[in-house]
Design a protein around this ligand. Structure first.
Ligand code: CA
Length: 220
């Protein structure tokens, strides 16, 4: 027994998946297809997708926002967990992978719930604020360009309702958060976000070592 988070070796990680992952055949097919793409590492871990779906149900979220969608795995997990009148706005830039996302959403019968907006996410988020969507979202999942993470936090806090949840992926960044004076702007931005969140009185906080690190911030 240990009073700290366990370090999962391969066999324990596979056990975790074996006894808890409920991935549908469609999600598995999407994950396999994505694994063959050059930027496959942009996809969330399957246990993260399942956790996001659980968060949607736990919080009763109806209006979701995703920043960084790629081939649509996390969006598909979250959209499937929404009630019938729920909706998800996805932000991504134009790429070959947009069509993959749309194809799987269509096949799942969930395309009607998902609005994919192809533009720099900062433009889409700013537009939502200008359209008086501030305070209208229940959950925001952020898994896009890391250099903008601190800026995405500010947008998320404006767009979320009180009690809404911002979820950031890759906050442990394969351990690179431990680097001193990193050259990578992405690493510096994640470090800055993590440090700033520690004392950010606007949110309740938990950093889960799930996947590559998943930080949950509840807007107070
Ligand atoms: Ca990610």
């Amino acid at each position: 027994m240990t009073a700290r988070t366990l370090n999962l070796d391969d066999s324990l990680y596979h056990y975790l998946l074996d006894v808890s992952l409920r991935e549908t055949p469609l999600l598995k097919r999407l994950r396999d297809e994505t694994q063959a793409l050059p930027m496959a590492r942009w996809q969330v871990a399957p246990e993260q997708g399942q956790f996001l779906a659980l968060l949607v149900k736990l919080t009763g979220a109806r209006r979701l926002l995703e920043v960084g969608t790629y081939t649509g795995y996390s969006a598909l997990c979250m959209a499937a967990a929404l009630p019938d009148d729920g909706s998800l706005i996805c932000c991504d830039i134009p790429g070959d992978y947009n069509a993959t996302a749309r194809r799987y959403w269509q096949e799942a019968g969930l395309a009607g719930r998902i609005d994919l907006r192809l533009a720099p996410a900062l433009d889409t988020l700013g537009e939502l604020e200008r359209q008086k969507q501030g305070g209208q979202f229940d959950l925001v999942f952020i898994d896009a360009d890391k250099a903008n993470y601190p800026t995405y936090l500010e947008h998320a806090l404006r767009l979320l309702r009180v009690g809404g949840l911002a979820v950031f992926d890759n906050t442990l960044w394969s351990g690179r958060v431990l680097e001193d004076n990193p050259e990578s702007a992405d690493t510096r931005a994640i470090q800055a976000l993590n440090r700033a969140l520690k004392d950010d009185a606007r949110v309740d906080l938990s950093l889960l070592p799930l996947g590559d690190g998943l930080t949950l911030c509840r807007k107070k």
